[in-house]
Design a protein around this ligand. Structure first.
Ligand SMILES: [Zn+2]
Ligand SMILES: [Zn+2]
Length: 283
């Protein structure tokens, strides 16, 4: 069971509360919604991204064996960089499925047959002639397995979780490198993470009722709820600043009026004192 009052293992604080830290609770394993959400969102996006990137390859090479070798005469235009990206991601996902299966003592998910392996048996990546559909489905099998166990995984060795997190961040890097047709909207708010002023990309929900995905160009991820709270606060802050500016303007105007009034009072006083006496004398 997760103790809702225990803070995230990484001592994450709600953005903007660094001075008086509002620690985010460990709502997923030993981690907060932000740490979990960054991983979960990347895993959600990976299959679609894989299909998109593999779809950019106009000819998947028609290779007869499973090995992609850039030195071989690949039919052009064969986009080696695109294939390498998805293949690396796939290899990474297979690696982590195996690692976590070992920790959790559950049977690991088997990668596709004809997968590209080292002689030692380590999976390197996808078969060279994989179609976007097959490649995406393979990635989805791995990400589905990981997502189903993500809360459990987030109770395991923190060092390995950090490494897993770092590896999975590749999804954001790949998303930036091979942008989907659906362009993100950029937030007016710069990234609120300390020392980071990068732009924040907001991707609309993938499906009706889904959540939008929010991350800055440097890879800081924000759960929808936290992002909405931050933008709301920014809007409130701006309205408050505008209100204060108007109040100051009014105060300045009032002060100017007071000065003018004082001058008039003095004139009236002098008039009563001297002008009046003069009138009395002349009466
Ligand atoms: Zn956290
Ligand atoms: Zn950032």
């Amino acid at each position: 069971m997760t103790d809702p009052l225990k803070p995230c293992t990484r001592s994450c604080v709600r953005a903007g509360t660094e001075d008086t830290p509002d620690y985010l609770p460990a709502t997923h394993g030993a981690y907060c919604a932000r740490c979990w959400g960054r991983l979960d969102q990347a895993l959600i996006q990976a299959p679609e991204l894989a299909a998109h990137i593999l779809g950019n390859i106009t000819n998947t090479g028609g290779a007869s064996d499973d090995r992609v070798d850039s030195s071989r005469d690949a039919p052009l235009p064969f986009n080696q960089a695109a294939f390498d990206d998805v293949s690396e991601l796939y290899g990474l996902l297979v690696y982590w499925c195996q690692e976590w299966a070992g920790y959790l003592e559950v049977r690991e998910i088997a990668p596709t047959a004809r997968v590209w392996r080292r002689v030692s048996g380590t999976v390197i990546g996808l078969p060279a002639n994989v179609t976007p559909e097959k490649g995406s489905a393979e990635v989805a099998r791995m990400t589905g397995w990981l997502r189903d166990r993500l809360d459990e995984i987030l109770t395991l060795a923190p060092d390995d979780i950090d490494e897993f997190d770092e590896g999975i961040k590749d999804v954001w890097r790949m998303a930036a490198r091979w942008p989907l047709i659906e362009k993100p909207r950029y937030s007016k708010m710069p990234c609120p993470e300390l020392g980071c002023d990068a732009r924040i990309a907001v991707f609309p929900p993938r499906a009706p009722g889904g959540v939008k995905s929010v991350s800055c160009d440097s890879g800081h991820y924000f759960p929808e709820e936290e992002y909405d709270a931050l933008t709301l606060r920014l809007t409130v802050d701006r309205l408050e600043q505008a209100r204060q500016a108007r109040a100051e303007g009014r105060a300045r105007q009032a002060a100017a009026r007071t000065e003018q009034q004082k001058a008039e009072d003095v004139r009236a006083h002098l008039w009563r004192k001297y002008g009046g006496e003069h009138r009395v004398e002349s009466a």
